[in-house]
Design a protein around this ligand. Structure first.
Ligand SMILES: C[C@H](O)[C@@H](O)[C@@H](O)C(=O)CO
Ligand SMILES: [Mn+2]
Length: 596
């Protein structure tokens, strides 16, 4: 690691956005004439962020404005001090005028940075923007340039729409970078069935994300179950909630292998305890301290985790599907709450993709196997049905053992359409509908000898979604792949025929990527063929452009995406690496090296 990033922020403190009003330092006329306009620009943008951004826990984003306009290096240092004290994680410089490039820039190497230069004619804000960005680029401190398309008059205090889009894209990604820094990925268990993403790579987490990796043997979950190291009252609450809200499905296991009713009831208790314990391992629980377990009460400061499950645990004990599904959802027996990020099969790289999606969209994330490409020909052969509309070029079957978020049912709504929403927008009734759309089947014993329960549902069609995935490539490092598209509905008979060819106790999402006719997006088959692993993380909404901005801040090149050129927003230095955006991205990431 080049620079230990571990910040002095308190556990749980959220990064703030620092706003830096930069000004022409010449006193005796110029500076005085600009003070008010410059500070007003900072206040206006701070208000805009405060009103339009929320942290994933639902709290509003706080902005800190430098105490004075910054006309030179002394005031730049004062602002840096204030930002350090206040826990600023992202910095935006604003100016309507000419100022002194490198004398005023933010030089903190870990803080994502952008400069908004006002597009006016009275004073040259854009000239400063160009000079300051040249300084950033010459010094190896990437910064994003924001400059409105249309000329405005001095004193115009509206933020043009094109500027708003860039401000939000930059700030969301910057906050994601700052929110991950100093937190942990908690690996519960180790490598699952040779899935490379579960070889949790500390170097990647530390150098690229500024995160720690914590490793706990699955035995710890069993110890806490056997020794009663969990909140007994919460457990009672969980069990009665499960009885009321989780419908158990038919047991499809061969009659002589099925567990008895007593064993099944005891499995429900077991998986409820597992859920509470995995959460406690991640974030701690003050209740445990009161019970005399001070060490356990602290947790592992985890912002994401993974549970190995297969095979040693699941060959022996109830599987992790229920715990993963509930933790990844926006509700449980404690009500509607922020979803956790828990990667199935401890696939930490999919966990990272889920974490990116969660921090950018504030919603729950679908974890799935990228299972099958269904060509129109194969669908017709098997069902006699000719695909049409958005699905006419085929689709992908996304399905994993039932560990997927129940938000993935698509039973929440936005403007009357199926959606997955930030938890604070989800109504009690919508949470109930997600639960009602889910059946919990006794786990398939041929896979899961220890039993447990897998969630089964069918994702509603018509949701815009983005599938993404981080892969580690020897000799290259991490790369990110992104496919925007939609969930689709199939006619009921077609759905049943295709779904029942495979694991019928697991949740199904039918996904159509948006094709571009080029490269990995020339057809749906090519999307499947170019996917870099067995898993993908699926986020509600089209967030590909936000993911690209985030990846550039983390110096993770994007190897595959279907985002249109005008939506790609990366630091200004990327342009210096060539006009072909993908190649330039690789060269820039390599040249800057890891953030930490
Ligand atoms: C039960 C099986 O082992 C599944 O878990 C398997 O198909 C996977 O999910 C592989 O990613
Ligand atoms: Mn899997």
């Amino acid at each position: 690691m080049k620079n230990p990033p571990y910040q002095r922020r308190l556990v749980g403190a959220k990064p703030k956005i620092g706003v830096r009003p930069v000004i022409d330092g010449r006193l005796g006329g110029i500076r005085e004439s600009l003070e008010e306009t410059t500070m007003a620009m900072a206040q206006q943008v701070a208000l805009f962020f405060h009103e339009n951004l929320r942290h994933a826990d639902g709290t509003a984003v706080e902005c800190i404005i430098a105490d004075s306009c910054i006309g030179g290096v002394a005031e730049a240092a004062m602002a840096a001090d204030k930002f350090e004290r206040e826990g600023v994680g992202v910095s935006l410089t604003v100016t309507p005028c000419w100022c002194y490039g490198t004398e005023t820039i933010d030089m903190n190497p870990h803080t994502p940075k952008a400069i908004w230069g006002f597009n006016g004619t009275e004073r040259p804000g854009a000239v400063y923007l160009a000079a300051a960005l040249a300084g950033h680029n010459q010094k190896g401190l990437p910064a994003f340039g924001i400059y409105g398309k249309d000329v405005k008059d001095t004193g115009d205090t509206t933020i043009p729409e094109d500027v708003q889009v860039k401000l939000l894209r930059f700030a969301k990604a910057g906050l994601a970078v700052a929110s991950m820094r100093g937190k942990s990925y908690l690996s519960i268990g180790s490598v699952s069935m040779g899935i490379a993403g579960s070889i949790v790579d500390a170097g990647f987490f530390e150098s690229f994300l500024g995160m720690r990796t914590e490793y706990v043997d699955s035995m710890e979950v069993l110890r806490r179950i056997e020794q009663g190291i969990f909140d007994q009252d919460e457990f009672e609450k969980a069990i009665s909630w499960i009885k009321e809200n989780c419908q158990e499905g038919t047991d499809f296991n061969p009659g002589d292998k099925q567990k008895s009713r007593n064993q099944k009831d005891s499995d429900w208790g077991f998986v409820a305890k597992m859920t509470i314990i995995i959460r406690d391992l991640m974030i701690g629980n003050p209740q445990l301290k009161a019970m005399g377990y001070g060490e356990e009460a602290l947790g592992h400061n985890a912002i994401a985790s993974g549970f190995q499950g297969q095979r040693q645990w699941t060959d022996f004990l109830p599987n992790g599907d229920f715990s993963e599904a509930i933790l990844n959802s926006s509700f449980d027996w404690n009500g509607i709450r922020q979803p956790f990020v828990v990667a199935t099969e401890n696939d930490s790289l999919n966990g990272v993709s889920m974490l990116f999606g969660h921090l950018l969209s504030n919603t729950a994330q679908i974890f799935a196997d990228v299972r099958t490409y269904w060509s129109p020909e194969a669908v017709e052969r098997v069902t006699g049905y000719k695909l049409e509309g958005v699905a006419k070029d085929g689709f992908l079957h996304l399905i994993n053992s039932g560990s997927c978020t129940l938000d993935g049912t698509g039973q929440q709504h936005q403007e009357g359409k199926p959606a997955m929403k930030p938890f604070w927008e989800i109504s009690e009734r919508e949470a109930q509908e997600c639960l009602a759309a889910t059946t919990w089947y006794p786990a398939t014993l041929e896979y899961f000898r220890g039993g447990g329960y897998s969630s089964q549902f069918l994702t509603k069609g018509g949701m815009p979604v983005t599938m993404s995935r981080v892969n580690l490539i020897k000799g290259l490092g991490p790369v990110l792949q992104i496919a925007e598209g939609w969930t689709i509905d199939l006619p009921e008979e077609v759905n049943n025929t295709l779904d029942q060819r495979t694991d019928k106790t697991w949740p199904t999402t039918w996904f159509v990527p948006r094709l571009t006719g080029r490269g990995a997006f020339r057809d749906t088959y090519a999307v499947m063929a170019n996917w870099g692993s067995n898993h993908g993380s699926i986020s509600y909404g089209h967030i590909g452009a936000d993911l690209i901005t985030l990846a550039s801040m983390l110096r993770i090149p994007v190897c595959m995406h279907n985002i249109t050129e005008e939506n790609i927003f990366r630091p200004s230095a990327w342009a210096a690496f060539g006009m072909e955006a993908e190649g330039a991205d690789y060269r820039a990431c390599q040249s800057y090296g890891t953030l930490y």
